[in-house]
Design a protein around this ligand. Structure first.
Ligand SMILES: [Zn+2]
Length: 123
């Protein structure tokens, strides 16, 4: 069997599994994969690439959504970095026995915690 035919068969298999699990097949299809979109528990998604689908009515709305998505990705990256640094600095504090050094570590810890709180608050 050709690879293309095989892919199509596995697409169909996946879609029937989704239908059996209670998902609904929509009339709209994924702009990239050209397969029908599915809806389950209020989430609309492409069964092939797994991307979430959002319906928009204007170009402005497209830009707004793209902006929101790219920002949330950036925020996640920053949060991961801050979490890593917090773990590192907490370990430094645990190992530190010099008061001057401890003061510096506590100042950095305070800055990191402030930043973490701020980044969580941004919507
Ligand atoms: Zn897709």
């Amino acid at each position: 069997m050709s690879k293309k035919k095989n892919d199509k068969l596995s697409d169909i298999k996946q879609m029937s599994t989704l239908l059996l699990s209670g998902a609904t097949m929509l009339a709209d299809s994924c702009p990239d994969c050209k397969v029908p979109l599915f809806k389950k528990n209020e989430n609309t998604f492409c069964p092939k690439c797994g991307r979430k689908a959002v319906f928009v009515s204007s170009d402005d709305e497209v830009r707004e959504i793209e902006h929101a998505y790219s920002f949330s990705e950036t925020r996640e990256i920053i949060q991961d970095i801050l979490t890593g640094k917090l773990t590192y600095i907490a370990q430094k504090l645990a190992d530190c026995e010099d008061f001057e050094e401890m003061k510096i570590i506590l100042e950095i810890l305070d800055l990191l915690l402030n930043l973490t709180t701020k980044i969580i608050r941004i919507k």
